[in-house]
Design a protein around this ligand. Structure first.
Ligand code: SF4
Length: 373
């Protein structure tokens, strides 16, 4: 029977060392493979010109380098945000979004951020999120997470400097593969994207927040918060039934005490739901317990998903009131950023492209508007 080739994309340096040794080669070959795949984005053994021809033949027979298939790339004509739709080996779809800096300082202009997916779909069903409407299909492997960066880097005009694990899926439900990808991408023989330029986001897995603190993980932590009212949060984000607002705040206090790193709170203001004076008061109280930063994000409509019930009642807070909300927090010495509606014209909110793709497939319509080779 023909031996199955091993997919080596996603292997750590140590795993690559074990693999090359199993093929009768010396360990240092693993460092070459590591750098070819992760630093130089090689897609085949042929490209690895400093590896002897004999060993490349051995590799061809025993290994493969799996790659995502880029189906569609959409570039926003207004702000340059670039959205990638990828097909996985089992035909499922995921997305990544390349986000140019919003500020105009020279330091900010060198920044280029990629938002990564960690799961296909998501089980958490947050009511404002297109991905949530897809349900959960599977976790991504470390290799599939890393390959989003490899592809995006090939299409980017300059080096990707920052990563945010905030695309499709809840990263904490795929903790091992997520952290493995972080460790590979931050290695200086790979893309060398330092931990302080990587943010991991969660909808509220208090246990994993404590784990990150215990493991002294250096990445930034972001919390998709959206309200401090437990009842409202349960309505908006059903994960709150598992970890209440109090559980979350206690875990964050623990995290801050142990790491001295300020978490970032992501906050989407919804008209009349979580943008009141009471919400500001609660936030200020929280900031006294946990020094933090706040990102205010305008709501991208998910009306196209056929949202019904509570989800259909969610409307964005008008821009003027959103700015006033931010200003009220700033006056209490909280660091606040109000995000632009980056990529709204190309459906750049989490899950929008993949959901559209799934819906069009169901209707058997042609789906690819711009095929990229
Ligand atoms: S917001 Fe994040 S955690 Fe919530 S459903 Fe969407 S992808 Fe999942």
């Amino acid at each position: 029977m023909k031996k199955k080739k091993k997919n080596i994309r996603g292997l750590s340096l140590k795993e690559l060392q074990d693999f090359v040794e199993s093929l009768g080669e010396r360990k240092y070959r693993a460092a070459q493979l590591f750098s070819w795949m992760y630093a130089k984005g090689a897609q085949s053994f042929d490209e690895m010109t400093d590896i002897s021809k004999e060993f490349r033949v051995v590799l061809e027979h025993s290994a493969r380098i799996d790659s995502l298939d880029l189906v569609r790339k959409s570039v926003s004509p207004t702000d340059g945000t670039t959205k990638f739709l990828f097909r996985l080996n089992d035909n499922l779809m995921i997305e990544s979004v390349l986000i140019p800096p919003e500020e105009t300082s020279p330091a900010a202009e060198r920044r280029l951020t990629l938002c990564l997916s960690t799961q296909v779909g998501c089980p958490l069903d947050c009511k404002f999120c297109a991905t949530g409407t897809m349900g959960f299909l599977r976790n991504l492997t470390a290799g599939e997470i890393i390959d989003q960066v490899t592809h995006a880097q090939r299409h980017a005009s300059r080096r990707i400097t920052n990563l945010v694990y905030m695309g499709m899926g809840e990263p904490m439900l795929n903790y091992e593969e997520v952290m493995k990808s972080v460790d590979i991408l931050s290695d200086d023989r790979s893309l060398n994207i330092g931990a302080k330029h990587i943010a991991i986001s969660t909808a509220g897995y208090a246990d994993k927040i404590r784990q990150m603190a215990d493991e002294d993980r250096k990445e930034k932590l972001a919390i998709s918060l959206h309200t401090l009212d437990n009842e409202k949060r349960t309505q908006l984000m059903p994960i709150t039934k598992k970890f209440s607002v109090d559980d979350l705040v206690e875990a964050l206090e623990y995290y801050y005490r142990k790491t001295r790193r300020r978490p970032t709170f992501e906050y989407i203001p919804f008209d009349g739901f979580n943008d009141t004076k009471e919400d500001i008061r609660r936030f200020v109280k929280l900031s006294k317990r946990i020094p933090c930063k706040v990102n205010i994000i305008p709501f991208h409509s998910i009306a196209f998903t056929g949202a019904s019930g509570f989800a259909a009642t969610l409307k964005p807070t008008p821009r003027v009131r959103m700015e006033a909300f931010a200003q009220a927090l700033r006056e209490e010495n909280i660091t606040v950023m109000v995000r632009s509606s980056a990529g709204e014209d190309i459906e750049a909110a989490c899950g929008q492209l993949a959901v559209e793709e799934k819906k069009s497939k169901a209707k058997s319509k042609p789906t690819i508007t711009e095929t990229v080779s």
